[in-house]
Design a protein around this ligand. Structure first.
Ligand code: FAD
Length: 311
């Protein structure tokens, strides 16, 4: 079976989520990786992708139309390449979830979303009901289009491979959309979805000032990323891109520290696969304690600064 993975990259470096998708792809067959972009950064990303263990070939589509991974331009590129592949794999990220459905629709096949495991060439598991049940799905389509949940697969080694890099081309700019700009938050902290430790704050923090006063120093001491519940985000205590959960980011760090978070199922859907969960909550009956490995019952405004001071 031959498999094509769309590699997401930034500043010439393949993203961690793509390394996980490459691991998933290896369970299906020979892995080719598509790097779409333009100029020196795309070339650098293609060269880096060629070194990823398990990648047999890299296709580099160098065109200004692919610089910002606009789905309207990238999807036709992939459809043009699809005849050579049995499966097309994408990260279950904003970009992957934008491109994959268009590819599936253009190929007139179904998409299997958020794949957690590869059980066979046509059989996959995926979460349903916000992760409260796992469905095993079998696709009878000749071509599989999958989005892969990064936290469910280990990252392929970034080095050790020596794939060839070939040029690929597509239609370029379809004129259906244009890139206006991106406003991204800059942080010295690790990226939320790939951090080893995450400290998340909830509604209990009460304000943006208190959120940052209490959560940030603990995160800094631990070299952790900062997350938040939706209630904290909706209340403006934390930025949108901090949100962990069903409608936020899916994380599975070594350690997840939930501070003043009740543990609603929609929050658990985004973090319950964390290796060790620590909960700090003044209500000993809070549902978060049902998934926590370690629990501290008490006032977070006391516990967190004490803990931070002791580290
Ligand atoms: P609360 O539920 O209000 O909990 C606050 C907790 O803090 C309580 O347990 C309380 O005991 C504790 N507390 C209060 N004061 C202190 C103190 N001084 N010290 C210690 N503990 C204290 N939520 C998400 O997080 N992510 C999602 O992606 C998400 N998606 C959703 C999608 C849908 C369709 C819907 C309907 C809801 C979604 N939600 C999501 C919202 C979710 O249902 C909850 O409302 C939300 O997670 C609650 O956030 P919270 O735990 O911070 O707040």
């Amino acid at each position: 079976m031959s498999v094509l993975v769309l590699v997401e990259h930034e500043a010439g470096v393949p993203k961690d989520a793509s390394l996980s998708t490459i691991t998933a792809a290896q369970k299906l067959g020979d892995v080719h990786a598509l790097v779409a972009g333009s100029g020196a950064e795309a070339k650098q990303a293609a060269d880096a992708t060629a070194k990823i263990a398990g990648v047999a070939k890299v296709l580099l589509a160098d065109n200004a139309a692919y610089t910002n991974m606009l789905a309207e331009n990238v999807a036709p590129l992939i459809v043009g390449l699809a005849s050579g592949y049995d499966a097309l794999l994408f990260n279950a990220t904003s970009i992957g979830k934008n491109v994959a459905p268009r590819v599936a629709a253009l190929l007139d096949v179904m998409q299997v979303s958020d794949v957690l495991s590869v059980e066979g060439p046509d059989t996959f598991t995926r979460p349903i009901y916000a992760g409260n049940a796992i469905a095993t799905v079998k696709s009878s389509d000749a071509k599989k289009v999958l989005t892969v949940r990064g936290t469910a697969f280990p990252k392929a080694a970034a080095t050790g491979g020596s794939a060839s890099v070939e040029n690929a081309s597509g239609a370029g700019d379809t004129g259906l959309s244009s890139y206006v700009g991106a406003e991204t938050s800059k942080s010295e902290r690790p990226e939320l979805t790939s951090a080893k430790v995450v400290v998340s704050g909830g509604r209990a923090l009460g304000s943006s000032e208190e959120f940052h006063r209490v959560i940030d120093p603990l995160a800094d001491k631990l070299g952790a990323a900062v997350g938040a519940s939706r209630a904290a985000v909706d209340a403006g205590y934390a930025p949108n891109d901090y949100q962990v959960g069903q409608t936020g980011k899916i994380v599975a760090p070594e350690v997840y520290i939930a501070v003043g978070i009740s543990g609603a199922i929609q929050h658990l859907a985004g973090m319950k696969d964390s290796k060790t969960i620590v909960a700090i909550n003044k209500d000993e009956d809070a549902p978060i304690f049902q998934v926590a490995d370690l629990g501290l019952v008490g006032d977070l405004f006391q516990i967190v600064p004490d803990l931070t001071a002791k580290l």
